[in-house]
Design a protein around this ligand. Structure first.
Ligand SMILES: [Zn+2]
Length: 255
């Protein structure tokens, strides 16, 4: 069995004391590949150093996270553009719009998101989109772009069934993580309703830890728990979940 984890921040400081063990544990739990989403200029060096250490396992992206967009957004964008020609990346992310904490920089978030989507389109590489309390704004920003040719993931999807189908209609896949294991979540109804070819797995570690580890630090190997839960929702063996979702990832990313 080989699971692809499409969203792990294993380069985060939360793993500084035991990163190698965490990565070995993920491999022993069946994780074959891990995609690393970028945050901003402050985390980038650490991300690329982990990717260099595990070149066959960890695949980095480049992007400015929406919560890193503030009055200094132009400096962050400049840093992003400066890295682009220097690095081997598999996608642009994580990028998007987040209005959960703060709506002050909505215009700037739209601008930074749109520019980065266009970079991905020009290079024909996927995007990984972070949306929090901003589905309509994100949808409109994408619809306003001159090219409607999209590929990538709406990561940690938290919208409605209707929104899931809108995202799929645009060409995107749906990223499913630990929230699927929460009793209060309605994600199981969504993953039952949408085509299986549109589902990919993730952890978003160190956050959003799946049951039975809720409250602890999340880690990339726990994607196996998400796969198990999805197997029970789909009523199929976990190996089949690994096979389907890995093939889905490889239809989007060149790894
Ligand atoms: Zn993330």
């Amino acid at each position: 069995m080989s699971i692809i984890n499409t969203h792990s921040h294993v380069y985060d400081e939360a793993f500084d004391s035991d990163r190698d063990e965490v990565i070995q544990r993920a491999v022993s739990l069946g994780v074959g590949k891990i995609i690393l989403p970028d945050i901003d200029s402050s985390s980038r060096e650490r991300m690329f150093s982990v990717a260099n250490q595990y070149p066959d396992l960890c695949f980095p992206m480049l992007g400015v996270h929406p919560t890193s967009v503030n009055e200094n957004f132009q400096a962050e964008l400049d840093a992003f553009y400066a890295e682009l020609p220097k690095r081997t990346i598999v996608g642009i992310g994580e990028i998007g719009i987040d209005l959960y904490w703060d709506k002050t920089f909505l215009e700037e978030q739209i601008e930074v998101f749109s520019q980065q989507v266009e970079v991905a389109q020009k290079r024909n590489i996927p995007i990984v989109t972070h949306v929090r309390k901003a589905f309509n704004e994100t949808y409109k920003a994408l619809r306003d772009l001159p090219s409607q040719n999209f590929k990538g993931i709406f990561h940690c999807f938290s919208g409605s069934k209707e929104e899931a189908f809108k995202v799929i209609d645009m060409g995107f896949h749906i990223g499913i993580g630990g929230v699927l294991t929460f009793k209060t979540s309605h994600l199981d109804e969504i993953v039952k309703a949408i085509p299986r070819e549109k589902v990919v797995l993730e952890t978003d570690d160190p956050y959003l830890t799946p049951v039975p580890h809720r409250g602890e630090r999340n880690e990339p190997g726990y994607v196996a728990l998400v796969a198990e839960k999805l197997a029970s929702v789909w009523n199929c063996p976990v190996e089949e979940v690994a096979e389907i979702t890995s093939a889905n990832v490889l239809s989007i990313f060149t790894l």
